[in-house]
Design a protein. Structure first.
Lengths: 304, 372
């Protein structure tokens, strides 16, 4: 196991950030930590990169304990924090050289690792990092995190606040790095990115809800899922929730995702119910569950 | 060692690339030396005197003449009635009112004694006292003349009297700039050592690079040394520059050994930088650093003996001043520059400042936890 987390707990005063988290990441895996803001993703990541000590439990990365062997471990982890945290008053090249040097290496030595990414920003290597665009800053940050050839790359919400095109590009870069044999742990609040990971852990309120491949996670959704819409979506949610047989009703893009306690509930029955309540242009269809549906479902069970 | 060298290189690039650094290094010393040293003076240049002469006699004329001829006093006007003398003080048109009462000359001749009245504006107590004592000595000498003239005592065969002749050591001409310039240099060095290094360190926290650095194998001492050394160098550079200005502009004598001064300044800087480091370790933003260091700086500067002698402070304050690094440095720099004191004359100050530095650095390093 490349990363192994055993029953970790962490509190900040009264606030419990992590309540007994365990997970394992295999070598060469692209592992996603999926959860909303405040779920405990950043706390877990900061423990793994030796910036935080757990209150209870232990974790190892590449067989090295994150508390006891933190010094050795730091050479093996590449960490990209959620916030851009390079020197804005140093140039692109100076930032790269700086991080290479403090890890006791040079840009040339590990150039093959960052080549794909760094080449895109190399034309601007004389520019101050603070003057780069968002996407270029991100590429520079990733290059700096990789320059010492880490075994594990840990990224904390790398795509938060990044446009759709850059997000796609970024995931492609991660895939390429994975092919080079780097184990990657990435956290994200975006459910749609879960499908790009080998395995994901859904995390909420400092607890892991489930860990599996994205396919298996979606398959675990044990209900028939319906997508419903009408002209008045707001009333539509209310009316469906008021229905005695409805189980869960969530807005999902332009449709509502609805499950019923009675799995044999038919589409025309639903349509009739809504039309009788005065809804126009009612549309009801079956749909396949996504990670988000599973997440909502698990969260609901967890809350009860 | 290689890492430290590279960290230092990075710090210098950043510091020199920071456009506000150049004025700090070159403009701040010039401005502070020229303005502060010249402006902050306790010397009495001219006191405005308003004279109410109700006697209008030979004797009173002589006194007025003496006043008019004295460079310290500026006689604004002479009247024969005390109508608005108080207003002159009230409106700040005069610093002193001298009253010569009616029958001044008659009393002097008949009774061998007469009175004068002095009213001094004492808003600034120190200036008032100086004015009073200058005035007093002027009247005393006037008195001596009168006795010589009227009582027929020959100038060439004066009665026995004790003559006190005085010499001011280390600053014989009492040039106030010689006293102020070294003091201002200490302030300059403190600002750079404490303020700039603290702000620089907390900036790494603010922009998030601290987080990135903390996952690197950089060691605590390397990081702290790389933060402190550049400002130590800059502070010593500013000190040299300031000394040069003091020499060129004020012709400040330098009687001591320059290396003794640099040695003491380095030890002093360790103390104030340690304090700055401590402040930045417990702060999260530059704003917090500003406020906390400003508080310390203000107390330290006012209690350092820059303007008012420490010996005239209450006992408890003098005792408290032993925690003030500027108190030691103020003493050291004045003694080295003006008196030519050497290392062994100041070993108590040396040990105190060294102890201060060690204590501050230990506290700061203890609070600075990389893995916390």
């Amino acid at each position: 196991m490349m990363i192994s987390v055993g029953n970790i707990e962490k509190s900040y005063g009264e606030v419990k950030a992590l309540r007994g988290v365990s997970l394992e990441v295999k070598e060469g895996e692209l592992f996603g930590l999926i959860g909303p803001d405040g779920a405990g993703k950043t706390s877990l990541i900061r423990i793994l990169v030796t910036l935080l000590k757990p209150d209870v439990g232990s974790a190892t990365v590449n067989e090295l304990d994150v508390v006891k062997d933190f010094r050795k471990l730091r050479n093996q982890i590449g960490y990209m924090p959620g916030r851009f945290s390079l020197y804005p008053d140093l140039t692109v090249e100076e930032n790269m050289t700086f991080f290479a040097t403090v890890f006791g290496t040079t840009i040339e030595e590990n150039y093959h690792l960052v080549k794909d990414i760094y080449q895109q920003i190399e034309p601007f290597k004389e520019r101050l990092a603070g003057r780069l665009s968002g996407g270029m800053k991100q590429k520079l940050a990733l290059s700096c995190a990789l320059i010492h050839a880490p075994k594990v790359l840990v990224l904390d919400e790398p795509t938060t606040g990044v446009d759709a095109v850059s997000r796609k590009e970024f995931w492609e870069m991660l895939k390429r790095l994975q092919k080079m044999g780097i184990t990657i742990l990435v956290s994200t609040p975006y459910m749609d990115e879960a499908n790009l990971c080998d395995r994901v852990a859904l995390i909420q309120d400092g607890k892991i809800l489930t860990i599996d491949t994205p396919e298996k996670v979606t398959q675990s959704f044990g209900h028939k899922l319906w997508a419903i819409r009408s002209d008045n979506m707001y009333l539509c949610i209310r009316h469906l929730r008021e229905h005695s047989e409805s189980d869960s009703v969530f807005a999902f893009g332009e449709y509502l995702h609805v499950t019923w306690k009675d799995q044999d509930m038919q589409a025309d029955e639903m349509e009739k119910y809504l039309s009788d309540l005065g809804h126009t242009n009612v549309e009801v269809k079956r749909t396949e569950p996504g990670i988000e549906d599973v997440f909502m479902d698990l969260m609901q069970k967890h809350d009860n | 060692m290689k890492i430290l060298r590279y960290l230092l290189q990075k710090e210098f690039i950043q510091i020199l690339r920071n456009k506000s650094m150049w004025p700090v290094i070159f403009v701040m010393p010039i401005v502070q030396m020229l303005i502060l040293v010249n402006a902050a003076t306790l010397e009495l240049k001219k006191a405005d005197v308003y004279i109410v002469d109700q006697d209008m006699s030979d004797a009173s004329r002589q006194l007025v003449n003496k006043l008019e001829g004295n460079p310290f006093f500026n006689v604004t006007s002479i009247t024969d009635a005390d109508f608005n003398a108080d207003d002159q003080l009230l409106h700040g048109k005069a610093n002193v009112v001298l009253d010569v009462p009616q029958n001044f000359e008659r009393d002097l001749k008949r009774n061998n004694s007469a009175s004068l009245q002095l009213r001094v504006d004492a808003i600034n107590g120190m200036a008032a006292e100086l004015t009073w004592s200058y005035m007093n000595s002027l009247i005393r000498s006037y008195n001596n003349n009168i006795r010589a003239n009227w009582m027929g005592i020959s100038k060439f065969d004066p009665p026995q009297k004790i003559v006190v002749s005085q010499r001011y050591w280390y600053n014989p001409t009492l040039i106030y700039a010689f006293y102020m310039a070294p003091g201002v240099l200490v302030i300059l060095v403190t600002l750079i050592g404490m303020f700039l290094s603290a702000v620089n360190l907390v900036r790494e926290k603010e922009i998030g690079t601290m987080e990135q650095l903390n996952v690197t194998p950089i060691k605590k001492y390397q990081f702290i040394a790389a933060k402190m050394i550049p400002f130590l160098v800059i502070a010593l550079l500013v000190l040299s520059f300031g000394l040069l200005i003091a020499k060129l502009v004020f012709n400040l004598p330098f009687r001591g050994n320059i290396f003794v001064l640099y040695g003491f300044t380095t030890v002093f800087l360790l103390g104030v930088m340690g304090l700055g480091l401590l402040i930045s370790v417990v702060s999260d933003t530059q704003q917090q650093v500003f406020f906390v260091s400003y508080f310390f700086l203000l107390v330290f500067i006012l209690m350092s003996g820059l303007f008012t002698p420490v010996e005239s402070m209450p006992k408890w304050a003098q005792w408290l001043d032993h925690l003030n690094p500027l108190y030691y440095m103020m003493k050291v720099i004045r003694n080295v520059v003006l008196k030519g004191s050497g290392f062994f004359d100041l070993k108590y100050e040396f040990l105190s400042m060294l102890g201060y530095g060690v204590a501050m650095f230990s506290l700061a390093v203890m609070r600075y936890r990389k893995t916390a």
